[in-house]
Design a protein around this ligand. Structure first.
Ligand code: AP5
Length: 222
């Protein structure tokens, strides 16, 4: 029988590298990347009423209300691709109430990854970040520059990527992170996110391979 697919959560302050690591994890492990922020930006781009409301909160660096976010994320996780291949949940849950909403649905991850990055580095990462609207890939003008002129010309910046807004986002993160961590204490790994993206991935990769090994041992002995 096929082993149970992996269920992973990744958390960390704004611009700590969650999206960047998710691209690498997805490539190696085939998990479905579900990012709360990307789902919200999708609603904004589609011009829905939820998107319009969400944008007001995102512009202030505040959490979007649960009545928008909770259902949106739950429905995405329950889609068949995530159920069959496993999921990688990025930027969710961000509050105790969101974590409890998942517990109520019986949704619990195998591992909770917390990226830890020095605050000065976060500011530099935010202001230099650019996104490719065509591929969805994340770049940084200095640390992960675009491969060619064509990509470089089409890069865009996120509306909440200013120094002023990232300070508000950081404050929101600090207000909420402990309450979420408390719920996942026994399955949390803290990863040093100050290193290069390859070195950060190296740490995560070791945790994930170990987890897969443990899961397959448990499956074969049951
Ligand atoms: P969200 O989109 O989740 O933003 P965030 O948490 O602030 O995280 P980011 O996407 O900014 O950064 P990241 O950690 O993915 O970093 P990245 O890999 O891009 O949320 C946005 C807003 O939506 C929130 O403020 C809130 O309003 C709302 N929201 C979202 N989830 C919600 C929820 N659950 N409930 C309610 N509201 C919610 O990297 C950043 C930059 O650094 C890039 O340029 C990258 O190239 C570079 N970089 C990455 N790794 C490295 C490295 N190791 N070394 C050097 N540079 C690096």
């Amino acid at each position: 029988t096929k082993p149970e697919p992996l269920k992973i959560m990744i958390s960390g302050p704004p611009a700590s590298g969650k999206g960047t690591q998710c691209e690498l994890i997805k490539k190696k492990y085939g998990l479905v990347h579900v990012a709360a922020g990307d789902l919200l930006r999708g609603e904004i781009a589609a011009g829905t009423s939820n998107g319009k409301l969400a944008k007001e909160y995102m512009e202030k660096g505040m959490l979007v209300p649960d009545d928008i976010v909770v259902v949106m994320v739950k429905e995405r996780l329950l889609q068949s691709d995530a159920q069959e291949n496993g999921w990688l949940l990025d930027g969710y849950p961000r509050s105790l109430s969101q974590a409890k909403a998942l517990e109520d649905q019986g949704i619990r991850p195998d591992l909770f990854i917390l990226l830890e990055v020095n605050e000065d580095a976060l500011l530099e990462r935010v202001v230099g970040r650019r996104l490719d609207p065509v591929s969805g890939k994340i770049y940084h003008l200095e640390y992960s520059p675009p491969e060619n002129e064509e990509i470089s010309a089409r890069l865009v910046q996120r509306f909440d990527d200013t120094e002023e807004k990232v300070k508000l986002r950081l404050k929101t993160h600090h207000q909420n992170v402990e309450s979420v961590l408390a719920l996942y204490n026994d399955i949390t790994v803290k990863v040093n996110g100050d290193l290069s993206k390859e070195e950060v991935f190296g740490q995560i990769d070791r945790h994930l391979s170990f987890l897969i090994e443990m899961k397959s041992k448990a499956d074969s002995s049951s």
